[in-house]
Design a protein around this ligand. Sequence first.
Ligand code: 5RP
Length: 235
Amino acid sequence: MEFDQKEMKALAGRSAVEALVKSGMKLGLGTGSTAIPAVKHIGALLAEGTLKNIKAVPTSFQTTLECEALGIPLYSLNSREIDGNLDLTIDGADEVDSRNFCTKGGGGALLLEKIIAYASASYALVVDESKTVDNLGLTFAIPVEVIPEARVPVIRALEALGAEAVLREAVRKAGPVITEHGNFIVDARLKQASDSAALEAEFNRIPGVVENGFFTRIRPTVFIARRNGTVERRD
Ligand code: 5RP
């Protein structure tokens, strides 16, 4: 039997929860169609009493709404109970390379996703096998969150760094995507294999860039679901 992409995403999400989530944890909860099955599984384990005393910090409105519907107790990174640090965050990714560096922000939530990821003692990525690549940014463009007033200079600076940079247009809303923090997203596709860690720092040095979708300063455990129904765990 072959798993389709939706089934692979659900399998990756559930596997990470089964392997890593323990009662009493402070958890960061990711955004997107692979992270949400993990959130749903945590909700189900809480409802049946297998998991207890979870404190969750959501990475987006999507995740907030899902947690509210499931009754998962929500906090912010600034809550006294969280005190700026988490035990574990589980999130999806757009691309993952062999060093477990990844890119994120396909859903436009990269800013909070990165703040929460970098505030977590452990980080797990849940992906289906289509997300693994040799070089980041060649197929799936790197999302760059930009303050609206800096749109053109940032696009020119990204082009000068060798990327094809395009303002992300909204779907079912006229004009550009507006992030949850009131900014635009510029998608920067690389033309050749590059040093992801250097580019993560370089992109953020451009005035007007709030954050970019390279995640190279943490080493996640990656759960890769395969079409044949198995999950590879890559530490
Ligand atoms: C949202 C993200 C998502 O985690 C990423 O886009 C993967 O999404 P999906 O699991 O739906 O493919 O970074 O900003």
